[in-house]
Design a binder for this molecule. Structure first.
Ligand code: ARG
Length: 298
């Protein structure tokens, strides 16, 4: 993996227009708190998305090593990682992003679409309650946490079509007090919003990358209207779950195989950090799926 600093900002005169050579904007990382769950009990024993093949072997020690490398990356970047205790009966628990959506210190719990994962919801809620958080809602409608909710400075982008119920959108808006923008997912490979879209700078409402092919024509038009300067990913980068990334405002941790995204990220002043989570890809997830962000929790 190669890490390169972004091109220096222009020092001559006023701001150069976006996209001019050598004028990448300066991006600022802000310290984050993440919740992760180690894949010690990770297995692919059932198939609830097209990535999962129960007959294909999974190397659990390798999954753990890869997960630890991701956790260590976060801490090396100055972020805090909290650990959710894994349960032997819940092999998908490593995908911690699905367990809740935490915004402005409010915790909207999850309700899973498949019974195989149903009990993860209570394990997450228990963790928040045990850590003294009181602004916690157990949802009425199916939502798979940050799998389908993404946060910008103002909005909650919300996926639907495969997992989260459309009814979870008004529920999230009411509880979190943020305007929801519903987006329709149409390709079963991109069954959660976080497999098709990543917010790169959540201090703005403009900085995202996404794969248009994952969305309905109307949702594509909405994305083009809201994010005219977005990084638009190719099918090849989406197909290695390159959009399943986590950004701290500057560093973007993403699957290392998403080679086509590195250049566009650098051009915009981000530092791409390639991560190998090959074992967890076998469950249909990567960097973002393993990482729940705790926004505004003390
Ligand atoms: N096997 C899991 C499922 O299908 C993978 C979840 C991936 N998580 C995510 N945030 N996209 O539910």
């Amino acid at each position: 993996m190669s890490l390169r600093s972004p091109a220096p900002a222009s020092t001559s005169g006023g701001p150069a227009p976006f996209g001019s050579p050598g004028t990448a904007p300066v991006r600022r990382a802000t310290p984050r708190r993440y919740l992760m769950c180690p894949p010690v009990h990770f297995r692919v024993h059932y198939a609830i998305n097209p990535w999962m093949h129960p007959h294909k072997p999974v190397d659990v020690p390798l999954a753990v090593t890869q997960w630890e490398a991701l956790r260590d990356r976060y801490t090396a970047l100055g972020h805090t990682v909290e650990v959710l205790p894994p349960r032997p009966d819940l092999p998908d628990m490593v995908y911690a992003a699905n367990g809740a959506t935490v915004v402005d210190g409010r915790v909207l719990g999850a309700r899973f679409a498949y019974r195989e994962r149903a009990e993860e919801a209570a394990a997450h809620l228990e963790w928040y309650r045990a850590h003294g958080h009181r602004r916690v809602r157990e949802p009425v409608h199916v939502n798979e946490g940050e799998g389908d909710f993404a946060v910008t400075a103002t909005w909650l982008l919300a996926g639907r079509g495969f997992r989260s119920s459309p009814l979870s959108h008004p529920e999230a808006q009411e509880f979190l007090g943020r305007p929801v923008i519903g987006l329709d997912l149409v390709d079963p490979r991109y069954y959660h919003l976080d497999t098709a879209l990543c917010v790169l700078d959540d201090s703005t409402d403009t900085e995202v990358m996404y794969y248009p092919g994952a969305f309905s024509p109307g949702s594509r038009a909405v994305l083009a209207r809201l994010f005219p300067d977005a990084i638009v990913a190719t099918g090849a980068d989406a197909a290695v779950l390159g959009l399943n990334a986590v950004s701290d405002g500057r560093h973007v941790l993403l699957p290392q195989a998403a080679v086509g995204l590195f250049g566009p990220l650098r051009e915009r002043g981000y530092e791409p950090v390639g991560v190998d989570l090959s074992e967890l890809l076998k469950g249909g997830g990567s960097v973002k799926c393993c990482t729940q962000e705790l926004r505004g929790l003390d």
